[in-house]
Design a protein around this ligand. Structure first.
Ligand code: HEM
Ligand code: HEM
Length: 180
């Protein structure tokens, strides 16, 4: 198997998840500008939560795929590999942690979560004290993550166009389908 690009499924999930995260952030940011008495607020929050759950499922599939496919960063020098692994681990924790804290925040507030299926598991009972903690983590992380995503994207663009080491090419579906 070719090791010069990421696996096509990893690449598809990377950009798919990116689009979903962008949508989740956009919806909740727009919601903050909508007046309190406007029904759009609730709709925007509902779509935010539905997309958040889709992100969780997409990332679970991505983590499982990761276990079975070759990661091209394994071929890099020790320091570069280590730095990338730390950043990527952090991004994975974010992608799984945000939906989880979102669900915990809703359930600790005793509120139902909009979903696609019939049964939604209850993970925790209502607890308004804990709700504040989950809300704090969810919102704090949700805002701090702009910095990490920004740093990750700038690094990728820097390596591609300044260092010219083909980093971005490794995440392009057109290259990977030809190579794999
Ligand atoms: C990766 C997925 C997610 C991201 C990136 C994300 C991000 C955010 C951000 C940035 C905020 C707003 C913080 C602020 O106003 O400063 C927020 C608020 C919120 N999120 Fe999420 N979220 C995600 C998933 C979820 C999920 C799955 C749920 C619930 C099932 C959820 C429920 C909420 C709720 C209830 C709020 C508070 C809304 C309000 O102001 O009333 N989120 N989220
Ligand atoms: C929500 C935003 C993003 C998240 C959460 C994210 C997350 C990740 C993760 C976890 C990886 C490791 C590979 C994997 O297991 O999938 C990765 C790789 C990569 N990402 Fe992102 N990413 C985001 C946005 C972007 C953007 C906007 C760009 C480009 C400008 C980008 C370019 C890349 C590249 C080129 C790699 C491959 C790095 C290498 O193999 O050396 N990512 N990303």
């Amino acid at each position: 198997m070719n090791k010069s690009t990421h696996h096509p499924l990893i690449i598809f999930l990377h950009w798919f998840t990116f689009a979903l995260i962008l949508a989740a952030l956009l919806l909740i940011e727009i919601k903050n500008f909508v007046p309190r008495d406007n029904l759009w607020r609730l709709d925007l929050k509902t779509y935010h939560m539905l997309i958040g759950q889709m992100i969780f499922v997409a990332v679970l599939v991505r983590v499982i795929t990761r276990l079975f496919v070759i990661n091209p960063i394994e071929q890099e020098k020790t320091l570069s590999r280590l730095l990338k692994k730390i950043m990527h681990a952090f991004l994975y924790i974010f992608m799984l942690g945000m939906p989880l804290t979102g669900v915990l925040l809703m359930q600790s507030a005793g509120k139902p979560i909009p979903y696609f299926g019939d049964l939604y598991p209850i993970f925790i009972q209502e607890n308004l004290g804990l709700k504040q903690t989950y809300k704090y983590i969810h919102e704090y992380w949700g805002n701090a993550i702009y910095l990490f995503i920004g740093a990750h994207a700038i690094m990728a663009i820097w390596r591609e166009y300044v260092m010219k080491d083909g980093t971005l090419q490794k995440m392009l579906l057109s290259k990977a389908t030809r190579a794999h």
